[in-house]
Design a protein around this ligand. Structure first.
Ligand code: TYM
Length: 326
């Protein structure tokens, strides 16, 4: 049996090249090697998105994104989290063995508190739902970007706590993080993130992409001044899209023979060339809603089967199953 892989993406809008390089490219590269379970983490989006049409739209966008990048639904199980009730059921059981302290240390929660956004219980409890997402499927690896590492570690903590109380049950998962794409920078040089409004979307139009790239923040080095490639956001993105020319570009940065404007123009061209086939497949999928629905229905049925099996075992272990009542 091949080893299992699991990962998810939150449908909070405008899926971007940070998601692609941080996580989705690994899904694609590993789809032949692992038995993959990939899902739309719609329950995770609920603490941010309270507009039903918007959420429903975002869910379809993620489904199309998975397919448009080239994942093959005959090889990978693509599913929608909310269609598998075991995720929320296991979350409750995990809630009951997880300390507040563990969750109070979570970066996402601490950031939300620091920004004085009102924090709902769902956001606080997010890592527990994520632990359930992962542990239900016994994956060996969880390919993610850097920002999810702590969440996978919390899942491991919760699994170990469960094992301590009830005996070995879960596979201990490992995050799979590619160091060179662990944090893809956004237009302003911070981590590319929907909440920072600094993203280049997989499905942005070519024109919008050019506009965004031309707006990338740089230092104020003059046209023919030497420039530091290692601190330049444009260059960091060239590392993803212009691998075949990266040495030439590095040299031209150092010698001052490239302007930021030229570097941006080349980058925008590369990004658009790269995204073109993905956008085309997405446009085809836009006219195939029945196909998308079939993929998600079949994937969710298959995921449910596995998740239910784990949940039954968990219920048995904690003393909630019918067999304890006889
Ligand atoms: P989400 O939807 O924010 O992001 C999806 C994936 O993209 C990665 N990513 C990045 N990688 C590199 N650079 C960036 N700028 C960047 N931005 C995002 C994320 O690390 C992630 O791998 N909580 C998760 C979804 C989730 C999940 C799970 C993942 C729910 N349950 C179980 C794995 C396993 C999230 O919000 O990802």
């Amino acid at each position: 049996m091949p080893e299992r892989l699991l990962s998810g993406i939150k449908p909070t809008g405008n899926i971007h090249i940070g998601n692609y390089f941080g996580a989705m490219r690994q899904f694609l590269e590993l789809q032949d090697q692992y038995e993959s379970f990939l899902f739309i983490a719609d329950l995770h989006a609920l603490n941010q998105i309270h507009n039903p049409e918007e959420l429903a739209d975002n869910i379809r966008e993620i489904a199309k994104a998975y397919l448009a990048i080239g994942l093959d639904p005959d090889k990978v199980t693509l599913f929608q989290q909310s269609r598998v009730p075991a995720h929320t059921q296991l979350t409750w059981i995990f809630n009951s063995i997880t300390s507040m302290g563990l969750l109070e240390r979570a970066h996402a929660y601490k950031d939300a508190l620091a920004n004085e956004r009102s924090v709902n219980v769902g956001l606080f409890d997010y890592p527990v739902l994520m632990a359930a997402d992962i542990l239900l499927y016994h994956p060996k690896v969880v390919p993610v970007g850097n920002d999810q590492q702590q969440h996978v570690e919390i899942a491991v903590d919760i699994a170990q706590r469960f094992h301590h109380l009830y005996g070995p049950t879960f596979t201990i998962p490992q995050p799979l993080i590619r160091s060179e794409v662990a944090v893809v920078p956004g237009l302003d040089g911070r981590k590319m993130s929907k909440s920072y409004h600094n993203v280049i979307g997989l499905f942005d139009t070519p024109e919008a992409t050019v506009k965004k790239v031309m707006a990338i923040t740089t230092d104020s080095k003059g046209l023919s001044e030497p420039k530091d490639p290692e601190t330049c956001t444009i260059f960091a993105l060239h590392k993803l899209f212009s691998t075949d020319q990266i040495e030439e570009l590095r040299e031209r940065y150092r010698s001052g023979s490239i302007t930021y404007k030229e570097s941006k123009e080349r980058l925008a061209e590369r990004i658009n060339a790269f995204l073109q086939p993905i956008r085309e497949r997405k446009a085809e999928l836009d006219s195939q809603p029945e196909y998308i629905e079939r993929v998600l229905a079949e994937g969710s049925a298959k995921a449910s089967e596995m998740a239910e099996k784990t949940l039954r075992e968990v219920m048995e272990r904690v003393g909630l199953s019918a067999s304890h009542h006889g």
